[in-house]
Design a protein around this ligand. Sequence first.
Ligand code: NAP
Length: 287
Amino acid sequence: MDVYGLIGNPVGHSLSPPMHEAGYEALDIDARYVTFEPGLDAAARAVDGAAALGVRGLNVTIPFKRDVLDAVDPDPLAERIGAVNTIDFGPVSGTADTTDDRTADGGTAERRPSGYNTDAAGVTRAFTHHGVELAGADALVIGAGGAGRAAAFALADAGATVHVANRTVDRAVALADDVPGATGGGLADMADRVSAADVLVNATSVGMEDPDSTPVPAEALHSDLAVLDAVYTPIETRLLRDAVDRGATAVDGAWMLLFQGIEAFEIWTGEAAPVEAMNAALRAELG
Ligand code: NAP
């Protein structure tokens, strides 16, 4: 049996185990997905320990997405984003298919696990699943934290022109400096920015604690806009309700969560993930 898992602190009531295990069941893969809560200073040791135990893959959540960077070999996208949320340990250490890297002195050193950022694919695949064209789109990303970074890189790589708007303007500008062709600023001109956009991502936590709050004035939303709200608790946010009322395409945060998980599943297993089965399990958990 293969073991996959999630490290985070707090890891809480994670939606990932039922989502991934529904995928294993649908494809008849003999595997389990479990959660681990390492101490706050123990992320890198947890990765080493998982490798030693033969864990095949780990997802990584708050607050460890940056901490694990030094414990893995990040792919170029994860390196640019500066965060890893998926670790692939490859073949189990000590088995015949384990490959070693040859060191300069002729010895061997075991390869570090590969690190990926599948939050980025979560954003683009959520949009494309809903028929949204990203190449050539004007994209507005609200928020410059972890989700905002992943969204900004993902949308730029998909061919969109990105503007990052954030409460703390310096963070938006710093993120925009890292993303090809992007600009950054504050929240003051939000209505104009939304009116001009084709694609909008709310990557702030606004809408989570106060379900009536929204980062965007409803009247700026329009029918040529596709809106992804990264918030998934609640699943139906005020922003998404307003988007539907204004004729926009509304994509809830569970789609992003689903597709980051699907991307990780496909990296680990090498098989096309059963999207419908995993989506049904996730939606059942969300109620
Ligand atoms: P984070 O790194 O802590 O960033 C939080 C962002 O929200 C920052 O840009 C922050 O602005 C902004 N913000 C917080 N309160 C605000 C307010 N009252 N008004 C305006 N802006 C505010 O968090 P994160 O990891 O990026 O997560 C952000 C949201 O995305 C959360 O709701 C999280 O659950 C969700 N998320 C969803 C998925 C998914 O798969 N669906 C994945 C990751 C995250 P400042 O920079 O000014 O503080």
